[in-house]
Design a protein around this ligand. Structure first.
Ligand code: XMP
Length: 305
């Protein structure tokens, strides 16, 4: 997009006109799309916009604090601590699609509460062009696409970036001085760590996935992956000290990709892999094994569920 500044001026004016004196809400995930949409809308209507960040407890290490800091200039920012409610809702749920559904439903409930409290007539969304195409024929139910408008009765939906591609959004983000802070982190799925935990999501597995992912992100940064993370697969026998333990099996995944549609598992040197193994098994007594996933997409997907 050649005229990024013009695009911004035009959208800010459009949003101001559409929202007028009313209130608006946006669900902020910390990703580049919702962050850019929030920044545009905030520029247009200021504190009439309430950006809502729902802490599902399924986030990466430090993520909530980063959001708090990045968007601290927005006085109306709401951070909803919903960790316990999400874990409760996920208790006993093992089917992957059911998990996604439960998370999506709970998310809508949390968001709806704030939308009602703030008397919001408008919903701002960070929808971009590929979202609209993908949601027509998606294999998985992406909970962050659609859903909200059908549940909450908004007067209008504001989608300033609905015709943009990702690289154009990044240009806008950069022009709004947002890019660097929010694009530092790799893409992260809406349902968060839940799709990197096979079977039921529990506090214990979340802790393993979160801490192990942190190690993987740190160690593999130099490989510049599209996504690199750790998943919790199940349990296997190991030896810790003099004892046989039945501990978690953690899978390390690091892929390169252009758009997430296909991906290649990255070739990582042995020393780095061993360092990752040793840090992950060392930080948690309940982890007995670390494996590296060498599967491309296809035939695998990037995430585990
Ligand atoms: P898969 O696992 O299908 O993932 O190869 C492709 C890309 O999409 C992300 N992903 C999701 N993003 N909600 C999202 O917002 C989801 O439910 C979801 N599932 C997968 C994944 O992280 C990868 O970048």
């Amino acid at each position: 997009m050649v005229q990024t500044e013009e695009f911004i001026d035009e959208k800010v004016a459009e949003i101001s006109e559409q929202v007028g004196d009313a209130n608006a809400v946006i669900a902020l995930s910390g990703g580049v799309d919702s962050s850019t949409a929030a920044a545009l809308a905030y520029e247009a209507v200021g504190d009439q916009l309430t950006p809502v960040y729902v802490d599902t407890g399924l986030m990466r290490k430090g993520e909530t604090d980063e959001i708090r800091e990045t968007f601290s200039y927005m006085d109306s920012l709401r951070i909803v601590d919903a960790k316990d409610r999400f874990l409760d809702a996920l208790s006993g749920v093992t089917d992957p699609e059911k998990k996604r559904h439960v998370i999506g439903e709970q998310f809508i409930r949390e968001f709806e509460t704030v939308a009602e409290e703030t008397d919001a007539d408008y919903l701002v969304q960070g929808t971009i062009y590929p979202d609209r195409i993908e949601s027509e024929g998606t294999i998985k139910s992406h909970h962050n696409v659609g859903g909200l408008p059908e549940v909450v009765d908004f007067e209008g939906i504001v989608e300033p970036m609905r015709d943009l591609y990702k690289d154009e959004v990044r240009e806008v983000a950069r022009a709004l001085d947002l890019e660097e802070i929010i694009s530092e982190r790799m893409p992260f799925p809406g349902p968060g760590l839940a799709v990197r935990i096979l079977g039921e999501v529990t506090d214990e597995k979340l802790e393993v996935a979160r801490e192990a992912t942190h190690v993987v992100e740190e160690e593999l940064d130099e490989y510049d992956p599209w996504q690199a993370f750790a998943a919790v697969l199940g349990k296997a026998t190991g030896v810790k000290g003099d004892n046989r333990v039945h501990g978690w099996v953690v899978s390390v995944r690091s892929v390169e990709s252009r758009d997430g549609m296909t991906a290649r598992a990255q070739e990582i040197d042995w020393e780095t892999l061993q360092r990752i193994q040793s840090r992950i098994t060392g930080q948690n007594d309940n982890v007995s094994r670390v494996v590296y996933d060498v599967t491309h997409k296809p035939p695998a997907t990037i995430e585990y569920e």
